[in-house]
Design a binder for this molecule. Structure first.
Ligand code: WT7
Length: 638
């Protein structure tokens, strides 16, 4: 089977793009026609960006798992759906065919039902990268429960926030997770988080690492025991729940410039159509190809391009439990060699850190199966792009630089592999249906080429964010209020003479550290929880490997004796409150912060100092106390 909506030439891209803009409803209806619906939609789209209220495929009925699994059984039942590569290369791989996946998802759906999970219930999934994670996600979708996957690197405190926000009653976790030479005690972390979440009724625990855990009577059950019970009941084959196109499929928390992370809500039909469409087109996936996305399923990339997009397309998706540098820095290359990977999709931060190891880890690795390479998550510097092109793709594999966001659900701006031209450092052109534009500070559109501005989208696409869970107003303010009638991405962007887009980075107070999104306000709140801290301000600065590093300016009380120890304590506090990924790289103790007369911290100045710029700080005359700037410059941490 090839894909009827796969674009195969540059001319075709141009004409499809034009049609998709002129007649978006006709265009998306023609794509959606290739999916399995219980009932067809009445209207393709109803929308306004004011509230916002966006409905795709109105009154359509479906279940996404019938598209991910059931409809492939006839022709590809024995084809691998998921190939799982363990953390430890000495352990056996696991292969789940579409038939296997059907069996496992049904059986675990039974387990969920037996444990009282119903349509619309929220289920938190906090697991390592094991096949059961994909099974748990799909089983939720099968019965219409809303999954909220939490990345295994988040702390108990972060989990509590998310459980409370979504009023979660069910949790699925593992005893522990292997990542390189570490064993992360997931169940213990969940137990800490649950002390403040008495509303959680059931915790299902998969054994993976045999880490000692405490199982609380009446609340905690073992995955394997529940499977056995389902088997004893005859493991009945239950029909998948019929879902409305607009029903919530999942919640995924992400950081913004203010406050706590918000729960981005994606819905069943639009998300399905767009992730599949973008998967097939951007990567030019061909039936039988092995697709390897290195992201963790705890992030949107894993949701869209390990699980839903590839499976809806009937692809073979490779899932890797471990990390790129263990047992050595050749781990990705070994996996590509071993499983004959055809499409490889990773993050610039991984490319940079592997590039730093030089060429020895590549010696003897056969990468000739590769056809397409991809990157995602942050701007890729030209040096890393060329290294990837030369040493991994051997100059024979197109590189797709895919720009998108948790809120967009799928890839928005990217070249199509081998079909539309690539340009190092550029995401290049919008996908069909994506009406990208640049605006100035006032929201006026910037026309023409060779210009830069803030990136907005003027028309809905099927996988656009629908709301932020439990707080629709927050969704409106964050994305739809900055510029009336536009979706604002938060990114700065330039458009070159040929109309190619290059994302230059966030223009709000959101950091991108190793491809992980972290709000400066969140880090500040965590730092401020340390008893001695009076006030803090956090900014990003360019970091060779991570893309951005975290620089914290901290006002400490006057009992500060040992700077180094206190720095470690503050880092430990952040790690406890958010997770190790948010630990500041540099902490500078200061006596004051540059503030305007109205008390607003002037981050622009702090950012410049952190970046190493000391002379050209711009206008500092509006500062309440310009002297603090001199002191901060002198104390800069290198
Ligand atoms: C932010 C979204 C979407 C998957 C992973 C991140 C930055 C993402 C690119 C790219 C330059 C990129 C943007 C965006 N970003 N892809 N190809 N080039 N920047 O998802 O955590 O929601 O972060 O990542 O700044 O706004 P996320």
């Amino acid at each position: 089977m090839s894909y009827p909506f796969q674009i195969r030439s540059l001319d075709e891209y141009r004409s499809v793009y034009e049609q998709s803009i002129k007649e978006p409803k006709t265009f998306w209806a023609s794509v959606a026609a290739h999916f399995l619906w219980r009932k067809k939609w009445d209207k393709v789209l109803e929308w306004n960006f004011k509230q916002p209220d966006i409905q795709w495929f109105v009154n359509g009925k479906l279940n996404i798992t019938e598209n991910c699994i059931d409809r492939h059984l006839k022709d590809k039942g024995d084809q691998p759906a998921i190939i799982w590569e363990p953390n430890n290369p000495d352990e056996e791989k696991r292969v789940l065919t579409y038939n296997d996946l059907y069996f496992h998802v049904n059986r675990f759906a039974n387990v969920l039902r037996n444990n009282g999970v119903k349509k619309g219930d929220r289920v938190c999934i906090y697991m390592g990268m094991v096949p059961e994670l994909a099974i748990a996600i799909l089983a939720c979708a099968r019965i219409g429960a809303i999954h909220s996957v939490i990345f295994g690197g988040f702390s108990a405190h972060s989990i509590t926030d998310r459980l409370q926000d979504a009023k979660v009653e069910f949790v699925i976790t593992c005893d522990g997770a292997y990542r390189g030479n570490k064993d992360i005690p997931l169940k213990n972390i969940i137990d800490d988080s649950l002390e403040l979440c008495p509303f959680v009724k059931r915790v299902i625990v998969l054994e993976r690492t045999r880490t000692p855990v405490s199982m609380i009577k009446g609340r905690d059950v073992w995955w394997a025991d529940e499977i056995e019970k389902a088997e004893q009941n005859g493991n009945p084959e239950l029909p998948a729940e019929e879902m409305d196109a607009g029903d919530t499929l999942f919640i995924l928390y992400t950081s913004g410039s203010t406050g706590k992370p918000k729960g981005v809500v994606h819905t069943c039909a639009g998300y399905m159509v767009y992730t599949t469409y973008s998967f097939v087109n951007v990567f030019q996936y061909q039936p039988g190809d092995v697709f390897f996305c290195t992201a963790d399923i705890g992030w949107i990339t894993g949701h869209s391009y390990i699980v839903y997009g590839p499976l809806c397309a009937g692809a073979t998706s490779l899932m890797f439990e471990g990390i790129p540098t263990w047992p050595d820095a050749g781990r990705f290359w070994d996996i590509i060699d071993k499983h004959k990977v055809n499409v490889f999709y990773t993050a610039p931060t991984a490319i940079r850190s592997l590039m730093a190891q030089g060429l020895p880890p590549l010696a003897g690795k056969d990468l000739s199966s590769l056809k397409v390479l991809g990157t995602v998550g942050e701007p890729i510097n030209e040096e890393a792009w060329h290294w990837y092109d030369e040493h991994i793709g051997k100059k024979k594999c197109p590189i797709v630089d895919t720009w998108w966001q948790t809120e967009t659900g799928g890839i928005m701006i990217s070249n199509l592999a081998g079909i539309t031209p690539a340009k190092a450092g550029y995401a290049t052109l919008p996908l069909p249906g994506i009406q990208a534009m640049l605006v100035d500070e006032k929201g006026n559109e910037i026309h023409g080429n060779d210009v830069s501005g803030n990136l907005c989208i003027r028309f809905p696409w099927p996988s656009i964010i629908r709301t932020t869970y439990g707080d629709h107003e927050r969704c409106r303010i964050n994305y739809f209020a900055t510029y009336p009638d536009l979706y604002f991405t938060g990114d700065g962007c330039l458009r070159d003479a040929d109309g190619n887009y290059r994302i230059t980075g966030r223009v709000d107070d959101v950091l991108n550290v190793s491809g992980h999104r972290i709000g400066t306000a969140e880090v500040e709140n965590a730092i401020n929880m340390h008893t001695g801290v009076i006030e803090s301000a956090v900014v990003g600065y360019p970091h060779d490997l991570k893309g951005q590093g975290i620089y914290a300016y901290v006002i400490f009380d006057n009992t500060l004796h040992n700077h180094d120890l206190t720095r470690k304590d503050i880092a430990a506090t952040v790690s406890r409150i958010i997770g190790p990924i948010a630990k500041p790289d540099k902490i500078q103790f200061v006596n004051g912060l540059p503030k305007t007369r109205s008390g607003k911290i002037m981050r622009r100045i702090l950012r410049k100092i952190a970046e190493g710029e000391t002379n050209n700080l711009g206008d500092t005359t509006t500062l309440l106390d310009p002297a603090v700037v001199i002191e901060i410059k002198e104390g800069k941490i290198n």
